[in-house]
Every structure is written in C-alpha cells, then in structure tokens.
Design a protein around this ligand. Structure first.
Ligand code: SAH
Ligand code: SF4
Length: 355
C-alpha cells in the first residue's frame, strides 16, 4: 500500500519535494497537477523531471477514485458511487443550480449515529474517509459535471456541503484538513462551504475555535429531548439545550449565523405544537431554520408530510421572527437521501425509482 499524494497541501508537497532532494517549487507543480489539472498518474505530470517522478512513484500514488456508477435525475442532480484507491465504496452528489454548482460530500462510509430515518444510519458504520478521499469527491463531481455538460469546460464546483454519508465532526481531523484543501487548493471560498453535524457538542466547540467563515448546520429534528432520543439514538449524551448553547458559542466566536436543519416526518415531528416548541428552543439564537421534508427511505416506517403541514410548521416559526428556508427536493428518482445509492448497489434491493 503506497502513500497517497491526494490529501497533501501545497506546503506539505513542497516539504516532500525537498525531502526527495528536489527544489521546493517542484512540490507546487505536483499540487497543480493534482488539484488544478486532475492528473491521475504520476507519470502524467509532464513538467516534472523524470528522476523526480521515478522517486515519487517508489513511495506514492495519486489516490484518485474510479466512478463505479452514476445515477442521474431529470433536474441535473447526479449521484456517484466511487471506488477509492483502497477501501469501501463512497458516494457523493453533484447538484446544478442557477449560477452555482454544489457538491455534497461524504465524510465516513456508513455512520455510527444510526438516525432512525436515515438510510446511512440504518446501515451501520464502516470507516472514516481521509481528507484526500473527501477532496477526491469534489474533483470527481466537477469532472463528471463537465463530461455531462452540466458545467462549461472551464466551469467548476462552487459550493461544497458536508451532508453526504457520515458525521463530519466524528471524523474531525480529516474533515478539517479537507475543508482547508477545498478552500486553498480548489479555491472554493470558506463561505461556500457548509459542514452539517447531528449535534456533536465537543466538535461544535472545537470548530468554533478554528474561527473559520464556513457555515455550520446543525441537524435537530426534534424540539424535545425524548423525541430526539428516539430519532437520533446515537447522540443521546447531549441535550438540546447543550446543543443550542454550543451554537450560541459558535456564533459568538465566529460571527456566523448557524443553520438548524429539521427533517419533517409526517405525524412524528411536523405538528404545529412541535414548531412552537422549536421556536421556544431557538429564542434569542442568531440562526436560521432549514426545513427538509423527509425523502422516503424504503422500510423506514416514516413518511413525508403533506405540503399543508410543512406550510403550517413554517408559519409558526416565521410568526416568532425566525427565518425559515425549505430544502428544495432534488434528485428525484435517484434515491438522493443519504446512503441510499450505496445500499442499493450493495444489496441489489429496490429499483432506483422510489416515488
Ligand atoms: N451527519 C450529518 C451530515 C449528513 S446528513 C447530519 O446528520 O447532519 C445531512 C442531512 O440529511 C441531515 O440534516 C439529515 O437529517 C438529512 N437526511 C438524512 N436522511 C434523510 C432523509 N431520508 N430525508 C431527508 N433528509 C435526510
Ligand atoms: Fe449519520 Fe447524519 Fe444519517 Fe444521522 S442523519 S445517521 S448523523 S448521516
């Protein structure tokens, strides 16, 4: 098993070049090939001296993944199943919007939290992804979008959301290294990066200390602890109060307004009384709420709410002055809720159409 170059920053690659007896600028050339040219083989790094390439090849490989499967939705959203250089399959999503292109990255294969309504959670935890494997998803989504003519030949991914498989704050170091690489190597602004967490309190405090301008999104899904314990069985150590306190701290430290995600499940957490409780919980917090109507997961026992229930829920929050957005339904027909594609590919269960 060789070391992987993908995942190393320009500074680290410069040090590596020096260690291998080269001038530092050779490291910058390597990072251009990796992150700007999308090079897949060391032998293809045309500007490097042959002897340096040979030395690199002795101990390193690039570490790009192969696309195993692509599922496309009519709205342009596509989901990729990737075979990394080593280890189990990873999934990632590309989403075209007016004037921007978003990539939704996974940080783990599977997830240890086991949320009751989430296809990833019900499948168990397999492993953490490395920073290189996370950055690879952004590169591969960009290349695929160009191939699929969803982006111009010189177009690129403009936004990255850490909302794929896994809990980013439980794979903190790789997540943070990936954020820095996405920002500095792929030139995606910090404000265009969103990290979503299920509410791992120590991780929120730690991230607040990094003082980054990224957006923190916190998945609540319930406004009382008993219901949250049922929906989010793997994160019962922290109460909703502790989570919102951590978010207040995050805002104080970074000046960045926190987004709260709330997945609406019919008859479970989508009543007006639930909305009223949520409004009380979030009182005084500089935040915004993103409502996510449940995306059907086969066999989960949960159902999406009717539109009028979503509207009523939203109105209760808005009446108390909370800013609310509603997540656009994307990726219809490609099992776009997290974890679904991988599960389908592994078990052969279910057709791709769930609506
Ligand atoms: N583990 C992190 C990030 C990945 S999940 C977290 O939970 O925040 C990203 C978002 O997708 C979360 O808000 C999660 O609640 C939501 N999600 C998961 N399964 C879903 C489903 N079936 N329908 C709608 N949203 C879902
Ligand atoms: Fe994990 Fe997030 Fe899915 Fe919960 S919703 S199981 S935390 S990926």
């Amino acid at each position: 098993m060789k070391n992987l170059l993908l995942g190393m920053s320009t500074a680290e690659l410069k040090l590596l070049a020096k260690e291998l007896g080269e001038k530092k600028f050779r490291g910058k050339q390597v990072s251009d090939w990796l992150y700007r040219q999308g090079c897949r083989e060391i032998s293809g790094m045309a500007t490097l001296p042959v002897a340096f390439k040979a030395k690199l090849e002795e101990g390193y490989q690039i570490g790009r993944s192969l696309v195993k499967k692509i599922s496309k939705s009519k709205d342009g959203t596509f989901k990729l199943l990737l075979q990394p250089a080593y280890g189990e399959l990873v999934e990632t999503v590309g989403m075209p919007y007016e004037g921007r292109f978003s990539c939704c990255v996974s940080t783990q294969v599977g997830c240890p939290i086991g949320c009751a309504f989430c296809a990833t959670g019900t499948g168990g935890f397999k492993r953490n992804l490395s920073a290189g494997e996370i950055v690879d998803q952004v590169l591969t989504v960009g290349e695929t979008a160009i191939k699929e003519k969803l982006l111009a030949a010189d177009g690129r991914v403009s936004h990255v959301v850490f909302m794929g498989m896994g809990e980013p704050l439980l794979n903190y170091d790789a997540m943070l290294a990936a954020v820095h690489l996405i920002n500095s190597e792929l030139a995606i602004g910090m404000r265009n990066i969103t990290v979503s967490t299920i509410g791992y309190v120590p991780g929120i405090y730690r991230l607040a200390g990094e003082d980054l301008q990224l957006t923190l999104a916190v998945s609540l899904h319930a406004a009382d602890d008993a219901l949250r314990r049922k929906l989010v069985p793997g994160m019962t150590r922290y109460t909703l109060q502790e989570i919102t306190d951590a978010c207040k701290h995050y805002f104080r430290e970074t000046g960045r307004r926190v987004t709260f995600e709330y997945c609406l499940l019919k008859g479970v957490n989508d009543g007006q009384a639930d909305a009223a409780k949520l409004a009380v919980l979030l009182q005084g917090l500089n935040c915004h709420v993103n409502l996510i109507p449940f995306n059907k997961v086969r066999g989960s026992g949960f159902y999406p709410p009717e539109t009028f229930r979503v509207t009523n829920f939203r109105r209760v929050l808005e009446e108390t002055g909370i800013t609310v957005t509603q997540r656009e339904q994307r990726g219809e027909g490609i099992e776009a809720a997290c974890g679904q594609l991988r599960r389908q590919a592994l078990t052969g269960q279910g057709d791709l159409r769930i609506k």
